[in-house]
Design a protein around this ligand. Structure first.
Ligand code: PSU
Ligand code: MN
Length: 307
């Protein structure tokens, strides 16, 4: 069992104490996933979307070596604007704490910290997963193994089409991570409504997701995550032809520039943002805001259930 030393934002601490709905948010999308200066504006909008749907946002990150659940505006601004903010997965948290680093937490690290804080619902854009070429590079996001051991519901638009989506779904199955579509039986590909793979399960309402979480608790399933895949409506996705062209170029650039490891995801995202003249950014923002709204409604439904 992890024993993170977590500093809580006042509002988050109050809400957790009173059993009111809280939604965890990650900071890597802010520091590394979205271009400046839009990133700070969007980070605030995500929090606003959670509030408007009736929950308290808890953006998680590390400031000066201290893990914070519920970054205040000055801390959020620091992680969005200062150079040299580290991208922190779970394995990095101790080193970053001991060295007093500023860091943004990935889906993996945010999930681990949120679960330790007693927050059961987390909204993000897209999960990390198995990279293309993983058969040679072994590049598979720590998001997957972390979700295998972390009790949290992650509301996301699937995994980015920059990954090997089929392999990612296979790994999630092996690792015992639950996957349900929100009003769909097709797994979304982040920018794209449909990544081309079927899902076994679809849920229709926040209340139904809350019921799944309650059933897991009743069954004693305390160790694994549940992915709630929330696709964009077809008319809001990135134009598939533009998407396919941009992805092909981006993958060629990765190989040409020798980009590997944890730099791959930020590199490809930045390429999408510049190569589509902002179209992918607008889609990215819509995805996150929709997921924040759904996550908050799930947290509200979960808080309303009799204990
Ligand atoms: N999806 C996005 N934007 C992001 C990420 C995912 O739409 O910035 C980030 C998340 O924080 C995720 C991380 O956990 O990328 C995965 O990185 P890696 O593949 O290096 O594990
Ligand atoms: Mn990786």
């Amino acid at each position: 069992m992890t024993n993170f030393h977590i500093r809580y934002g006042t509002e988050v601490a109050d809400a957790l104490r009173d059993g009111r709905p809280v939604v965890a948010l990650e900071s890597t999308i802010v520091s590394h996933g979205l271009p400046r200066p839009d990133n700070l504006r969007v980070a605030r909008q995500i929090e606003q979307a959670v509030r408007e749907a009736g929950a308290v946002p808890a953006t998680i990150g590390m400031v000066g070596g201290e893990l914070v659940a519920g970054l205040d505006d000055a801390q959020l601004t620091r992680l969005a604007t200062v150079d040299g903010v580290s991208k922190l997965s779970v394995r990095d948290l101790a080193v970053a704490a001991a060295t007093g680093a500023d860091g943004a937490t990935t889906v993996a690290a945010t999930s681990a910290v949120a679960a330790a804080a007693g927050i059961g619902v987390f909204a993000t854009g897209g999960l990390g997963g198995v990279h293309r070429e993983a058969a040679q590079t072994f590049d598979e996001s720590a998001d997957l193994v972390t979700l295998a051991r972390t009790p949290i519901a992650v509301i996301c638009a699937g995994v980015k089409s920059i990954l090997d989506v089929g392999a990612t779904l296979e790994r999630l199955e092996t690792l015992g991570v639950g996957v349900v579509g929100y009003r769909t039986r097709r797994f979304p590909g982040f920018y794209l409504t449909d990544a081309g793979f079927d899902l076994d399960w679809s849920v229709d309402s926040p209340e139904q997701v809350a019921a799944v979480l309650a059933a897991r608790a009743e069954q004693g399933v305390h160790h694994g995550g549940l992915i709630v895949a929330n696709p964009l409506p077809v008319d809001e996705q990135l134009d598939p032809a533009l998407h396919d062209r941009t992805l092909a170029d981006g993958l060629a650039m990765l190989a040409r520039d020798g980009v590997t490891g944890k730099a791959v995801t930020p590199f490809l995202l930045a390429h999408f943002h510049s190569a589509t003249q902002g179209a992918s950014l607008a889609v990215n923002v819509r995805i996150i805001l929709r997921n924040a709204d759904l996550a908050a409604r799930i947290a509200v439904a979960a808080a309303r259930r009799p204990a």
